[in-house]
Design a binder for this molecule. Structure first.
Ligand code: DX5
Ligand code: ZN
Length: 220
């Protein structure tokens, strides 16, 4: 297994000092960019302008999580803003595989995410079309919520399907990840871990990134 990937969510950063905040997580493997439209989820975050500013500031891989309606109409915009991977919600599209093809046509990675109440089983047969699956371990919309351990059942189902078919698809988990929860997520089979409040709320965010990675590596 590869080294665990830690992806701090800039949703938890101080937006008045975003460049400095990004510099505080220089050890991060990826940066997680949470886009919310106030419709698909009951909250607004930021859009392509700030995403492009982030991309101009850092060479980090941008993991763009679209919590928006009609994500297929925004792909060009987020590719131009610097996304390295675009993750959309299956609840927001009719044909997830077609959207993955649309993303791949731009030469970047494609992932899907699913709300806690959405079953994974109908999607398992399409996994070969995706570079990544983002399992939500909170209801999407807000940072700082409590981890839902029952969502690890989805991670186990994905791990077994991916391993039995020898697929390269990564499993990422998002919501409530901290030093208290990352080990169970790693043990269930996650490859990548989004952490917002746990990282940006730490006194030394870079040290927290390293600590989370070490905990995940030891638990796998
Ligand atoms: C929730 C977002 C998450 C969130 C994670 O809708 O997708 O990425 O920012 O924040 P924490 O780690 O604080 O739960
Ligand atoms: Zn997210």
């Amino acid at each position: 297994m590869n080294t665990p990937i830690i992806a701090p969510s800039i949703l938890a950063a101080d937006f008045t000092a975003l460049g400095a905040e990004i510099d505080r997580v220089a050890n991060a493997d990826w940066l997680h960019v949470d886009i919310m439209d106030g419709h698909f989820v009951p909250n607004l975050s930021f859009g392509p302008g700030i995403t492009a500013n982030v991309n101009d500031h850092t060479d980090a891989h941008l993991d763009v999580h679209l919590m928006i309606e009609r994500p297929e109409t925004w792909i060009d915009t987020y590719v131009k803003a610097g996304a390295d991977c675009i993750i959309f919600h299956v609840e927001a599209v009719d044909d997830p595989v077609a959207v993955a093809r649309q993303i791949h046509a731009h030469g970047i990675k494609a992932g899907f995410s699913l709300r806690p109440g959405t079953p994974i089983e109908p999607l398992l047969s399409d996994l070969e079309h995706f570079d990544l699956v983002l399992v939500m371990s909170v209801e999407p919309g807000f940072g700082g919520q409590s981890f839902m351990p029952e969502q690890l059942e989805k991670v186990r189902a994905l791990r077994s399907e991916i391993d039995s078919r020898g697929l390269p698809t990564l499993i990422e988990i998002d919501g409530g990840i901290s030093a208290n929860t990352i080990e169970q997520a790693a043990a269930a089979g996650c490859d990548a871990f989004v952490a917002g409040s746990a990282v940006f709320g730490a006194e030394d965010p870079d040290a927290e990134v390293d600590r989370l990675r070490d905990l995940a590596a030891a638990a796998r």
